[in-house]
Design a binder for this molecule. Sequence first.
Ligand code: AMP
Length: 135
Amino acid sequence: MDCVFCDILAGKIPSAKLLETESLYAFLDIAPANKGHALIIPRTHCQDILGVDPKIGEDLLSTMQRIARAIVNVTGAKGFNIIQNNGRVAGQEVDHLHWHIIPRFDRAEMPLWKQGKYESMDEMMRLATTIKLQI
Ligand code: AMP
């Protein structure tokens, strides 16, 4: 299987490593939205968030906190985004699950999404009910 992030984990492709844990690897994104933009990936390959073992949750949150604190300290960012894309339509280009940590300096530099609306409160409530039945 051809996977650029598996090649990074295997040391076949160089990366600007930040941290390794039992289940995760963190490194700088090669084409940063802002300098300091980092990626966290699971060591075990899976395509997206639906395929990962939820047991990595504690390691993931603690790694996110450690990386984000360090990036903010070093870059002087005023905030940061944590973004995780699933599927091409959602902007996923690399098919190995990853979380982006992006330092932010100015809200206007990167609008995240255009806010939409429901036709009515009833429409929103009906959709919530339908989704709840699938959980
Ligand atoms: P996504 O669009 O969510 O799949 O993000 C994939 C990210 O991986 C992009 O931001 C790329 O810049 C980044 N990327 C791709 N190849 C490499 C690499 N060899 N080293 C570091 N980052 C990479």
